[in-house]
Write a protein that binds this ligand. Structure first.
Ligand code: IDP
Ligand code: MG
Length: 148
């Protein structure tokens, strides 16, 4: 089953909207497979965003991503990558579609509250970056009914 990596960025954590943001992904029907809170080091942020090295926004992006904690999550389900990108909205928050996370809570094209993998291959790399195999969980809808 397809998986994607979603981060609530430092602006989302500092605005105290982690729950609100993550609820948007749950509402798509994707299932939460992993979750952790951490503060990225500069070296970690540089590695995570390595594809953007050399771009004018790279250094401030690293500064932003290391400014406060983030919440890293893994979501699973059909078309997980596309579903997550859809509820996030476009990179530049004021241009994102109405009703998306970035339009509702973001500021501009840097401070945009949330990260989502852009492909299945990126998702695999990003999930490995944040989670050990035993930090990801599978479960079924009725597992909590211990008397079944
Ligand atoms: P994405 O997050 O929508 O996939 P990317 O192009 O992968 O967008 O850029 C990664 C992150 O870098 C963005 O989410 C945003 O925080 C920041 N960023 C992207 N483009 C710009 C820009 O033009 N100015 C400032 N920050 C940018
Ligand atoms: Mg991207």
């Amino acid at each position: 089953m397809e998986r994607t990596c979603v981060l609530v960025k430092p602006d989302g954590v500092c605005k105290n909207i982690v729950g609100t943001v993550l609820s948007r992904f749950a509402q798509t029907g994707l299932l939460l497979r992993g979750l952790r809170m951490l503060r990225l080091t500069p070296a970690q942020a540089e590695e995570f965003y390595g594809e953007h090295k050399g771009k004018p926004f790279y250094a401030p992006l690293i500064g932003f991503m290391t400014s406060a904690p983030i919440v890293a999550t893994v979501w699973e389900g059909p078309e997980a990558v596309a579903k997550a990108r859809s509820v996030m909205g476009a990179t530049n928050s004021p241009e994102a579609s109405v009703g998306t996370i970035r339009r509702d809570f973001g500021t501009n094209n840097r401070y945009n509250v949330v990260h989502g993998s852009d492909s299945v291959v990126s998702a695999q790399r990003e999930i490995r970056f944040f989670f050990k195999p035993d930090e990801l969980f599978t479960y079924q809808e009725n597992d909590w009914k211990v008397e079944k």
